[in-house]
Design a protein around this ligand. Structure first.
Ligand SMILES: CNc1nc2cc3c(cc2[nH]1)N=C(N)NC3
Ligand SMILES: [Zn+2]
Length: 369
C-alpha cells in the first residue's frame, strides 16, 4: 500500500495526531522531520549516521538532480536509493519551489516554467509531465506534484490565477504518474489568502491524492500568518491522509504546526545553520563558534544522546570550526539533525500519552525563538 495512513491517534483537545506512514521502504512514525539531502546527500553526514540518529525519510530535490547528474543517469544507477545507499524512505520535491527560488526565471506559461540553470546558465524547461517523469526515474517513495510556489507578498489576482494553474498542474501530474508503488502528493497553494487556500485544498482533495503538501508557506511571511493559513487549510484535508508542511522549520513552528494536525516536515535550517557553527538546543540557538565557549569543556547539550554530545566538548567543536576543520561541521550537523529528529519523537510520545498541549506549553516557555 502506498503512503496510506493508519492509527491516526487523534487527541480530542487539538488536531495533533500520531500516525504511521506505509511506504515500499518501511513503515514510519509521525510526526516526523525529514532531513534535506538536496543533491542526493544530506550535507556532511553519511547514510549510516542518518540511520543511527533515527532518520526515517529524507528529502531530495528533482530540480537539482535533473540538472546534475540527470535523472536518467540515476535511473541507470538503479534509482536514488541505490545511488546514495539509503534504504529508508525518500521524498522528492518536484522542482516547483526551486525553479522559482533558484534559477533566474524566464517565463511561466500554462505549459510549464522556462528558466536558466543556476549551474551553467543553460535554458531549461519543467512541466508537470517532465517533473513527474524525472521523479519516476529517481524512484522516491513519495513524489510531489509540480506546482508554482507563489512569492511573498503577492497580489490577490496573481495568487488566484497561479493557484488555479497549480490545481490544473496537479491534475496533469496525476495523469503523468504511472509508476505503481510510489505515492504522489498534491501541494496546496493559495498565497496568504484564506479563501484561495480553502479553494486550493478543496479542489485538490476532490482529485483524491494519497497525501497533501502545504506549500508557499515559510517564505518570509510573519509566523501568525502562517498559522492562520494552517488553521484554514488543515481541517479541509482528509484525516486519514498525511499532511506535509513544506520547508518548515524551527522547533517552535513544528510544535504549533503539529497542534494544527501536520504530520511531516522538512527544512534546510538545521543543516544550514550547523555549517556556520550554530547548534540548536531546547533553549534556543547556541553559537558554538563564540569565544565564550573557548574553554567550555561541557558538550553542546548534556542531555543530548547524539554522537557529538556523547563524545566532544564545545571547546573542541569551536576549535575545529575556527580551524575550518570539516569534522567540526559534521559534528554540529549531526547534533542539529538529532535534535530535530528527537524533538519529533518526543512530540509523538506526548501525543500518544495524551499530554501534547502541556508538552507544547513547557517547550515554548523554555525556547526563545
Ligand atoms: C523554505 N520554505 C519553503 N516553502 C516551500 C514551499 C514549497 C516547496 C518548498 C518550500 N520550502 N516545494 C514546492 N514544490 N512547492 C511549495
Ligand atoms: Zn547533541
Amino acid at each position: 500500500v502506498l503512503a496510506a495512513y493508519e492509527e491516526a491517534v487523534k487527541c480530542g483537545y487539538s488536531g495533533a495526531r500520531a500516525g504511521r506512514l506505509h511506504t515500499p521502504h518501511g513503515v514510519f512514525d509521525t510526526p516526523m522531520f525529514m532531513p534535506v539531502g538536496t543533491q542526493a546527500t544530506v550535507k556532511a553526514v553519511s547514510p549510516r549516521e542518518l540511520k543511527e540518529m533515527g532518520a526515517q525519510i529524507i528529502l531530495s530535490n528533482t530540480y537539482h538532480l535533473y540538472l546534475r547528474p540527470g535523472t536518467e543517469l540515476v535511473a541507470e544507477a538503479g534509482g536514488l536509493h541505490r545511488f546514495m545507499d539509503w534504504d529508508g524512505g525518500i521524498l522528492t520535491d518536484s522542482g516547483g519551489f526551486q525553479v522559482f527560488s533558484l534559477g533566474p526565471l524566464r517565463k511561466i506559461t500554462e505549459e510549464g516554467a522556462a528558466f536558466r540553470s543556476h549551474i551553467d546558465g543553460s535554458t531549461q524547461f519543467l512541466s508537470p509531465e517532465i517533473a513527474i517523469k524525472a521523479q519516476m526515474n529517481l524512484g522516491a517513495d513519495i513524489i510531489m506534484a509540480f506546482d508554482e510556489c507563489i512569492p511573498y507578498p503577492a497580489e490577490y489576482q496573481y495568487a488566484k490565477l497561479s493557484t488555479e494553474r497549480t490545481t490544473r498542474w496537479a491534475e496533469r501530474s496525476q495523469k503523468a504518474h504511472t509508476r505503481s508503488g510510489q505515492a504522489l502528493f498534491a501541494i496546496v497553494q493559495g498565497g496568504m489568502y484564506q479563501d484561495l487556500r480553502r479553494v486550493s485544498a478543496n479542489d485538490l482533495v476532490s482529485l483524491d491524492f494519497p497525501g497533501y503538501g502545504i506549500g508557499g508557506l515559510s517564505v518570509g511571511e510573519p509566523k501568525p500568518v502562517m498559522y492562520e493559513m494552517l488553521e484554514q487549510t488543515v481541517p479541509l484535508l482528509p484525516e486519514n491522509k498525511p499532511r506535509y508542511l513544506m520547508g518548515v522549520g524551527t522547533p517552535d513552528c513544528l510544535v504549533e504546526a503539529v497542534r494544527y494536525g501536520i504530520d511531516m516536515f522538512d527544512c534546510v535550517f538545521p543543516t544550514r545553520v550547523a555549517r556556520n557553527g550554530t547548534a540548536m538546543t531546547k533553549s534556543g540557538r547556541l553559537v558554538v563558534k563564540n569565544a565564550a565557549y573557548a574553554k567550555d569543556f561541557l558538550p553542546i547539550d548534556e542531555n543530548c544522546g547524539c554522537y557529538a554530545c556523547q563524545n566532544f566538548s564545545r571547546a573542541y567543536i569551536r576549535h575545529l570550526l575556527k580551524a575550518d576543520e570539516i569534522f567540526g561541521l559534521r559534528l554540529t550537523t549531526i547534533h542539529n539533525l538529532y535534535f530535530l529528529l528527537d524533538f519529533t519523537k518526543k512530540m509523538r510520545q506526548a501525543i500518544l500519552e495524551d499530554r501534547f498541549l502541556s508538552f507544547r506549553e513547557e517547550f515554548l516557555a523554555q525556547y526563545c525563538k
